[in-house]
Structure formats: structure tokens, C-alpha cells
Ligand binder design. Structure first.
Ligand SMILES: [Zn+2]
Length: 596
């Protein structure tokens, strides 16, 4: 086969080969399949369906070859009005056609802006032979085809036709009340009665339904809280706040917990007095989602009950941010941070309370420095997210956190992530790593950056070791973003509050302050989503000098003042920038940067 004649006989094959996306062997194999293919598929379809090439990679080229317009991921982020247009177009189709479109991954987008009766159809495969047939069924004679990436298509469909939660649907179909013999319960927990309850598929559907709903709503955790009177409350943590999702009534909380325990790995259903940790994995909407289950015994008011509280952490790798630019560092803080993580050695410390997004930022930072030429080791307990390109040590009954920490040095690392410096020993090893040619990432629990220095000092680390091991300490908080749909300029804005919080007259004058209102889109909270604010304390020569010269105490104030002279914004000042940008309220910044 000559490559020149290929251009005439198989244009797709010719271009994919020229572009280096397939090799000659693959091409020959695909051409062979094509020759005898009863379905008369083209080469691209064969490469994806039979030889398992990445769909978007191949069809993006096909779109290029045949000059189909490519509907970019950016363009797919449609506003409510455009989504509504698609919804109406789709809803106007008979069910069978609608189903066929979705199955073929074809969506009517809108009518052309210029040519009135010309419909724009988006397809993940612009060469799909069903397109003309679908156009006929849609009743249009003129149409244009645009290429849409498969993942964009799925996201779009998800927005237009929210998927049904089959577990919740099944739940609607069974009677809510679950009968248990009251008498038996009075005599204590009767395992066989519980067994009978577990068999009720309703509870299984409830638990599975909660997992699916939690993931789809973007919750970070699902809480199951037992209450007296045969009730279990189920909450989702959304944007940092718990919100009630469901109350399961007329069911013993023990039965709900038993179902969770049965469906998780590593949990003992008959154990009700001990803290337990388990694990669940599910495929939800085509993604593998991991769940970490934590169970703790609780005091109940009813003596016959053995209550346990359960929290399920949702570990959705899609939430991992791999681009440090998306963390939201402001100008100077971003420059400091990039400088610090690009040094060959030294510590990068993230500090803040639980839930301030420290590990999200650290993982994004790791992704900037991971490459196949370096050995990246992580010691985290527990491991929250899979980090591609890193070796993540497995902490378990046979190797605890301390043992793992002590072993890393012997495992020839270049870059190390130590989940948390929880005591002197961990801190000493982390600092030793940093001082012996390793880039070391870790976290601490302190309110701000200067106090992290004090914490290490109080743990018993020598000031000169602290001064020269650390590249940067970043304090982080997550603050709520105003809902763009309902925010309004603040009506009775109190200047005194802004002044007392530390804003200058000049800043106040040049700022339009907004207030949270609440609408359907933000569940009436006035806020939607969160963003990070930072206090980035870069270890300059001057800062190091100040630390080394510490006597019996670290002078946090002197360090803070020096850092501010060098460009550091405090957490609150970083928050003010977001107020000035109209992204959040003054109250939100004050409340999330006030320490008690
Ligand atoms: Zn709103």
C-alpha cells in the first residue's frame, strides 16, 4: 500500500497517519476490518469502536478533515436561555426519536442566527449516517452539523435532561413504613429482626440513592444522624454547610446503619461500640467515585438503642484541581507560590483549619512539579485522591503514619508530600527532608501563616532550622461566592463596619458592596460555590533573619509586618480584594477571617 494512493482511497486513514495519531500497523489492521465490515463503518468509527482509540482525539481530526465546525468546550458552557432552547427542541420530539438522538449522541442546538429554518445539530461523530434521518424526523430540510466532544456532549445532556436517580425512583414505589415487631425491640436489639429489615430493599435504595444524589449535587460529605423516635436524618455538606436532604422515619436508625455497614468494605455490622472506618466504590454516571465511611458510636436517649453516627466522605477525582492557576491565588501570592515550588529543595507549608482546602492546593502544586524524571512520594492518612505520577504510600494496620514517615528517606525520593506535621517527630523528618535536597510539601493547623512558625518552634524545632528549611507558608480559607443571579448592591451599607474591619477610606470609596439575597438557583442562601483566599508568607532573607534571631519566643507581629512590607496580603486583605471585585460580601470575609 502506498501512502499516496491512500489519500484517494481513505482520506481519514491518510490524515491520521500523517498526523502521527496512528501507526502503519494500526492503519493496516483497521483497513482490513473496514474491507469486510458489514456495517460499512468508516475508518474513524472502526478505530474507536474496535481498536479502542480515544473518541474525541480521532473525531476531532475527522471534523478537521471534513471542515466541520468544532463546538469548543467553552461554547458548551451555555447560559440558561440557550439550555432552555435545546430543552424545548428535545422535548418537542417523540420519545422514540429523542431516545435515538441521545443514543447516537446527537443534539439539536438551535436554529441558525442568519438562516431562519436551518437547524444546528451537534454530533460526537459528524460522519454518523443517522444524521439525515434524524433531521427528517425533526422536520427540518436545512441543517448544519457541528462536532462536539463526547465529554462535552455528556455534560450538556446532563444539564438538559437531569438523569433519574433509579434508587430514589424505586424508593417511591415501595411503602415508606417498615414494620418491625415493637415488642421485640423493647427487649433489646434483636439481630433477626434487624436482619429482616435489612432485607427490605427500600433501605438499600435509600443508601445507594444518597450516594448518587450526593455525587450529583457536588456534596463533599453525606451525614447519617440517628434520632430518637425511629428517625434518621440525612444531610449533604454543600459548599461547606450541612443541608438536610431526607428524614427517614418509622425505621430504626440501627437498620439504616446496618445497610451502610453491609455495603461498605471493612465494617463490622455487629460492632456498635467502636469507631470504624470503611470504604465504598461506585460507578456513578460513568465515573468511578470512592467513598470513605466513618462510623462513631453515639449516646442516645433510649436505653435500648445503640446509636451510631455515620459520615461518608465523597472522593470524586473530578474535583481534583491539577492547574495551580485555578486555585485562585492573587497576583503577588501567586508569584511567591510559584517561586517557592520551583526551588529544588525546601518546604512548602499550607496552613488553616479543617475544610479550608489545604490538600486541594497542595495536590495542584504537586501536579506542577511531577514529571517522570522525579520520584514523588506521598504519606497521607488517609489518602484522599489518586495523584497520577506519584507513589502514594499505603497506611494501614501493618504500616502506620510514623513508620511510613521514617521509611521515606530510604526510598530515594525527590519530592515528598507529608500529609500533616502532627507532632515533633513528623516535623523533624519533614524539615530534615527539606534540608537534604528534597522539595517537601506539608500542612499544619494554624490560623495564619506567622503562627505556623510559632507552632513549629513550640514543637521544639530550632529557629535556624525553621528559617532555612521553609520556602513559603500559605494560610488558606474558603469563602462563599455571591450568587451571580440574585446579588444586589448593598442597600444599607455601614461604613463603620468596613473601617473597623480594616478597609481604608479610599478602598471603601472605590468599592461597590453587594449583599446576598437568595433565589432558586442558590437554594435561597444568596451564595453559590466557594473560592480560596490566601496569606502567602514567602521566606525572604529578612524573614529568615527575624526567625533566626528569635529568643524564647517567635515574634509573629514583627514577621507579619516585614512580610507585609514585602507584599504579603493578610487573609482578610486577600478577602477585601474579592469584596472589591464584587464576588463576595464584606460580612462573609469578616466572619471567615475572624479568629476566636
Ligand atoms: Zn441566588
Amino acid at each position: 500500500m502506498s501512502v499516496e494512493s491512500l489519500e484517494q482511497t481513505d482520506k481519514i486513514g491518510y490524515w491520521l497517519l500523517r498526523k502521527g495519531l496512528i501507526d502503519l500497523n494500526t492503519l493496516e489492521r483497521a483497513l482490513q476490518i473496514k474491507k469486510n465490515d458489514k456495517l460499512r463503518r468508516n475508518l474513524a468509527q472502526i478505530l474507536v469502536q474496535d481498536i479502542k482509540f480515544d473518541h474525541d482525539l480521532i473525531f476531532q481530526e475527522v471534523a478537521n478533515i471534513y471542515a466541520f465546525k468544532i463546538y469548543s468546550s467553552e461554547e458548551c458552557k451555555l447560559d440558561e436561555k440557550s439550555l432552555d432552547t435545546i430543552r424545548k427542541l428535545v422535548d418537542s420530539l417523540p420519545d422514540s426519536i429523542k431516545e435515538f438522538c441521545l443514543q447516537q449522541k446527537i443534539l439539536p442546538l438551535k436554529y441558525d442566527d442568519k438562516i431562519k429554518d436551518k437547524l444546528i445539530l451537534a454530533s460526537v461523530d459528524p460522519t454518523n449516517r443517522s444524521i439525515p434521518q434524524i433531521a427528517v424526523n425533526l422536520g427540518v430540510r436545512k441543517y448544519d452539523i457541528v462536532f462536539i466532544r463526547k465529554k462535552d456532549f455528556e455534560e450538556l445532556v446532563h444539564k438538559i435532561i437531569p438523569p433519574e436517580n433509579i434508587f430514589l425512583k424505586m424508593l417511591e414505589e415501595v411503602p415508606q413504613e417498615i414494620q418491625v415487631d415493637e415488642k421485640k425491640h423493647d427487649e433489646g436489639i434483636d439481630e433477626s429482626a434487624l436482619e429482616a429489615e435489612i432485607q427490605k430493599s427500600a433501605l438499600i435504595n435509600l443508601v445507594e440513592g444518597a450516594l448518587v444524589e450526593g455525587v450529583r449535587k457536588g456534596a463533599s460529605d453525606i451525614h447519617f444522624i440517628p434520632q430518637s423516635g425511629m428517625k434518621t436524618e440525612i444531610y449533604f455538606r454543600l459548599d461547606g454547610n450541612l443541608s438536610l436532604w431526607h428524614i427517614q422515619e418509622n425505621t430504626y436508625p440501627e437498620a439504616v446503619l446496618s445497610v451502610i455497614k453491609d455495603r461498605a468494605r471493612g465494617l463490622d455490622r455487629f460492632e456498635r461500640e467502636k469507631a470504624q472506618d470503611g470504604f465504598i466504590q461506585r460507578n456513578i454516571d460513568g465515573h468511578i467515585i470512592r467513598f470513605r465511611v466513618s462510623i462513631l458510636p453515639m449516646v442516645g436517649t433510649e436505653l435500648s438503642s445503640k446509636f451510631e453516627s455515620c459520615v461518608i466522605r465523597i472522593l470524586d477525582d473530578r474535583k481534583v484541581i491539577t492547574d495551580i492557576k485555578k486555585i485562585g491565588f492573587d497576583g503577588v501570592a501567586y508569584d511567591f507560590f510559584i517561586k517557592a515550588i520551583n526551588k529544588p529543595q525546601g518546604m512548602v507549608i499550607l496552613t488553616g483549619p479543617t475544610g479550608s482546602g489545604k490538600s486541594t492546593t497542595l495536590i495542584a502544586a504537586l501536579y506542577q512539579v511531577i514529571d517522570p524524571t522525579v520520584n514523588v512520594l506521598t504519606v497521607e492518612d488517609p489518602v484522599e485522591y489518586v495523584i497520577k505520577g506519584a507513589r502514594q504510600l499505603k497506611i494501614g494496620p501493618k504500616m502506620d503514619f510514623e513508620q511510613a514517615i521514617r521509611s521515606i528517606l530510604r526510598h530515594d525520593p525527590d519530592i515528598v508530600l507529608v500529609g500533616e506535621m502532627r507532632d515533633k517527630e513528623t516535623a523533624e523528618i519533614a524539615i530534615k527532608l527539606a534540608n537534604t535536597g528534597h522539595l517537601t510539601f506539608s500542612t499544619l493547623h494554624t490560623n495564619d501563616a506567622p503562627s505556623a512558625i510559632s507552632r513549629l518552634f513550640k514543637m521544639g524545632i530550632e529557629p535556624f532550622l525553621i528559617a532555612y528549611a521553609i520556602n513559603i507558608i500559605v494560610a488558606q480559607r474558603l469563602i462563599r461566592k455571591l450568587c451571580e443571579k440574585c446579588k444586589i448592591p448593598a442597600k444599607d451599607f455601614d461604613k463603620e463596619i468596613a473601617l473597623a474591619a480594616g478597609m481604608t477610606e479610599k478602598d471603601i470609596k472605590s468599592t461597590t458592596f453587594f449583599e446576598a439575597v437568595g433565589c432558586e438557583s442558590c437554594s435561597n442562601t444568596g451564595y453559590k460555590g466557594r473560592m480560596a483566599i490566601h496569606e502567602a508568607l514567602y521566606f525572604s532573607k529578612e524573614i529568615r533573619k527575624l526567625i533566626v534571631s528569635s529568643g524564647t519566643e517567635i515574634n509573629e507581629e514583627a514577621i507579619r509586618e516585614q512580610a507585609k512590607r514585602e507584599g504579603m496580603l493578610t487573609l482578610r486583605e486577600s478577602g477585601f480584594l474579592r469584596v472589591k471585585a464584587g464576588l463576595t460580601t464584606l460580612e462573609e470575609v469578616i466572619s471567615s477571617t475572624t479568629e476566636d
